[in-house]
Design a protein around this ligand. Structure first.
Ligand code: PLP
Length: 394
């Protein structure tokens, strides 16, 4: 018997995450619609991926035009969108060279490989990359091993070796781990999945000095914090310290799978045959990336992100004061609200019933990652919806 596509039977999908019984059918800007036509204000945005909201016109147009022109000539050949995007990224960052991939984890795998290669060339025997407790770098075996999520050390044992864990914002705990095998330190400027914990400026500057002192590479995983999310094009700009290697993902493609590994000249040491991927630098997703970058770099765009972030943070602080909740933290439009209780999942469910999509990275806090081009009115609408939800919790 033929299965009809509109019956709701999720049994054929691997249940890798607990999903609500909603099927989304359409998105536009800050909004999503389900199959029944119900509208939701979306503050998840594909997990901080849709930096310009759902189906933004510039990305749709770039994809349509590129799809008609050239989808994939193979990574063995040059193509125009990849060249253009690599140039945009190097012109607007401290980096010199780019390797494109499809997911954040894949870009981070590349960063790990690049650091190990650099170690082989310049620090024989060094391969360890110091990472952080509660850090998140992706779901491949190496990036899970680099992550500090509780329980991940044994989930698919044995781990990939070489990722000693330091404590977040604790420079001494990093220094204590530096040894003859250390080749790099890798961090998220704001720990996102951990619950939005920004690195202190002094901590990052201390890491930079420590790396210089011991000739280590500093790797910034900007998969979540990059591409305007924290109010500057890249979060490292707010720290007065440049990384040697940086990874991007999420917002870079504006919703399509695109990520990047970037490196300064001095450590861009891959030789032909050491890194690759069938979809690397395909013109379809790179064309989307070019459209995204042009939007982020347009006059006033990042200033508007900072303003929206300020508006949202102030609104959350007002809610926190009114309902006796905890701290508001984050940068730009990557914010978290501490609840002071472990009912974040309940808040997320109630919010969905009120037409607001939220994310709870931990049982005790909510994370907010709206479209970067959210209007003042949309942010007010979201805050009003969240207030209604908090009233039902009281
Ligand atoms: C989301 C994320 C990743 C993983 O990206 P995927 O595209 O899911 O592989 C890696 N690092 C950070 C900081 C992230 O937020």
């Amino acid at each position: 018997m033929r299965k009809t596509p509109d019956t709701f039977d999720p049994g054929s999908l691997m249940p890798v995450t607990a999903r609500p019984d909603v099927v989304f059918a359409r998105g536009a800007g800050a909004w999503l619609w389900d199959r029944q036509g119900r509208r939701y204000l979306d503050w998840v945005q594909g997990w901080a991926v849709n930096c310009l909201g759902h189906s933004p016109a510039v990305v749709v147009q770039a994809l349509c035009e590129q799809a008609r022109t050239l989808i994939n000539p193979s990574p063995a050949y040059y193509n125009e969108p990849a060249l253009a995007l690599a140039q945009l990224l190097t012109q607007h960052s401290c980096m010199d060279q780019v390797f494109f991939a499809s997911s954040g984890a894949e870009a981070n795998e590349g960063a790990i490989k690049l650091a190990r290669k650099w170690g082989r060339l310049h620090k024989p025997g060094a391969y360890e990359i110091i990472t952080f407790g509660n850090g998140y770098h992706g779901r491949t075996l190496a990036t899970m091993s680099a992550s500090g999520k509780p329980g991940w050390d044994t989930m698919f044992a044995p781990q990939v070796p070489g990722f000693p864990k330091a404590r977040w914002n604790d420079l001494d705990s990093v220094r204590a781990l530096v040894g003859p095998h250390t080749v790099a330190v890798m961090l998220e400027p704001v720990q996102g999945e951990a619950g939005v914990y920004p690195a202190d400026v002094a901590f990052v500057q201390g890491l930079r000095a420590l790396c210089d002192e011991h000739r280590l590479l500093l790797i910034a995983d900007e998969v979540q914090t990059g591409c305007g999310r924290t109010g500057t094009l890249f979060a490292y700009e707010q720290y007065g310290a440049e990384p040697d290697i940086m990874t991007l993902g999420k917002g870079l493609g504006g919703g399509v799978p695109l990520s990047a590994l970037l490196a300064k000249q001095a450590c861009a040491c891959f030789e032909p045959g050491e890194q690759g991927g069938t979809y690397s630098g395909n013109p379809l997703t790179c064309a989307a990336g070019v459209a995204v970058l042009h939007s982020l770099l347009a006059d006033g765009f990042l200033a508007q992100v900072r303003q929206g972030g300020e508006q949202l943070a102030q609104g959350l602080q007002r809610l926190s004061a009114e309902f006796g909740l905890g701290e508001v933290r984050g940068r730009g439009l990557l914010l978290a609200l501490e609840l002071g209780h472990d009912r974040a999942a309940d808040v997320v469910e109630r919010a969905r019933a009120h037409g607001l999509l939220l994310n709870a990275p931990r049982p005790h806090c909510l994370r907010f990652m709206p479209a970067l081009n959210s209007s003042e009115e949309e942010i007010d609408q979201g805050l009003a919806l969240l207030r209604e939800v908090m009233e039902t919790m009281a």
